[in-house]
Design a protein around this ligand. Structure first.
Ligand SMILES: Cc1cc2nc3c(=O)[nH]c(=O)nc-3n(C[C@H](O)[C@H](O)[C@H](O)COP(=O)(O)OP(=O)(O)OC[C@H]3O[C@@H](n4cnc5c(N)ncnc54)[C@H](O)[C@@H]3O)c2cc1C
Length: 351
């Protein structure tokens, strides 16, 4: 069997790999996109929120990343239109507890429970402050991945539907034969760390296990805003199912669902959506990849011809268009923009 030669091999077909491959194919590069469609990858388990404001407000480690998350959110409308992704402009509601006044300044505008219930009827009770963030949005991960893959193929790219492994001679092995790319983009999420012969920068990646619950289609309004309360959020999906998320277990890479996590999420949910909390849910688990500064690795690695696009932690969907644009700029020899320095894969090397 003859070797498959290509400009760029993208290793990983999650949110990041698919976004990168679609962007490169759109810019006229010859692309091979490799990776499986495992339902337990983080990108398929994710709630799909594109939520820079609520993320910086609720996640202490995302606070310093505000400008990067804002830039990523700003890239979404064009990206969605160009690649046929449906971006739901649903907005978000953030529920703040009685002690919230002591916390950081809250984003958005304060609204009454009755008004919040008009937007999200599954929100039944809440005593504290409710913030309306009109600009937040969401994507449906399965629809988005399918649309991006389809665009790669429509633009002349090729798809290898399974894992690839780096062979000692610099080629990549797949079940169908060898692939010989001029350049490679590693976008295999936390699995990037385990790739044999991978660049040294990947050794900083750590797992964060996330459990999420999914209910039945039609249980909530698909266009309702997501609601984020203490300990749980409700993210309506395109089919009207609710995703109730999500746990963050740092250092854990195990994919087994845990009853204890399910109970914890249901208990937090029952504080603001008891009706939803009483419904049957199925637990799903994915593993996010993080780095020591909680920012992704984006750009050239220490291995010649190998770029990294991984470590996107809990914001891979939000960040995917920004990261894809940066990788395309690097490969074209263009300026990758104002955030490139903070995201350099080699930033953890000893001076
Ligand atoms: C419960 C949960 C909820 C989340 N909610 C949100 C959210 O609302 N909004 C948001 O922005 N983010 C969310 N995230 C985070 C987001 O899912 C991740 O940041 C994002 O999916 C990372 O995408 P990725 O493509 O880097 O990695 P992954 O999704 O892990 O994909 C990696 C890909 O690489 C492939 N692969 C692995 N090894 C190989 C190999 N050897 N060869 C080829 N391919 C390989 C895998 O098959 C897979 O296709 C959530 C995550 C979890 C777990």
């Amino acid at each position: 069997m003859s070797d498959l030669h290509t400009d760029v091999l993208v290793v990983g077909a999650g949110a990041v790999g698919c976004a990168v491959a679609a962007q490169l194919a759109d810019r006229g590069l010859e692309v091979v996109l490799a990776g499986g469609r495992d339902p337990q990858t983080a990108s398929r388990v994710a709630a799909g929120m594109v939520a820079p404001l609520s993320e910086t407000a609720l996640d202490p480690e995302s606070r310093d990343a505000g400008p990067i998350l804002d830039a990523a959110a700003a890239a979404w409308p064009d990206f969605a239109e160009r690649f046929g992704l449906s971006l739901r402009r649903c907005g978000g509601l953030v529920l703040r507890g009685p002690d919230a006044a002591a916390g950081p300044e809250a984003p958005g505008e304060s609204i009454a429970l009755a008004d919040a219930r008009l937007l999200a009827p599954f929100l039944e009770v809440w005593q504290g402050d409710i913030r309306w963030l009109a600009g937040e949005s969401a994507v449906d991960p399965a629809q988005a991945l399918a649309a991006l893959e389809a665009r790669v193929l429509a633009d002349g790219g090729r798809r290898v539907a399974g894992p690839v492994e780096w062979a000692a001679d610099g080629a990549w092995r797949s079940a169908g034969g060898r692939i010989r790319p001029r350049r490679t983009v590693i976008a295999a999420g936390y699995a990037s760390r385990g790739l044999p012969h991978g660049p040294a920068e990947l050794s900083v990646l750590q797992p964060i296990r996330g459990q999420i619950l999914q209910g039945a289609p039609g249980q909530v309004q698909a266009m309702a805003p997501f609601v984020r309360g203490p300990g749980a959020y409700v993210a309506p999906q395109a089919d009207g199912s609710a995703m109730i998320g999500a746990t963050m277990d740092a250092g854990v890479g195990d994919l087994a669902a845990s009853d204890r996590d399910t109970r914890r999420l249901v208990s937090a949910l029952s504080a603001f959506a008891p009706g939803l909390a009483a419904q049957h849910m199925t637990a799903r688990v994915g593993v996010r990849a993080t780095t020591p500064d909680a920012l992704p690795l984006v750009g050239p690695s220490s291995s010649p011809g190998v770029l990294l696009a991984t470590g996107l932690r809990r914001n891979g969907w939000l960040l995917a268009p920004l990261v894809a644009g940066m990788i395309a700029d690097y490969l074209a020899g263009e300026d990758p923009g104002p955030h490139a320095q903070r995201l350099r894969p080699r930033r953890f090397e000893r001076a």
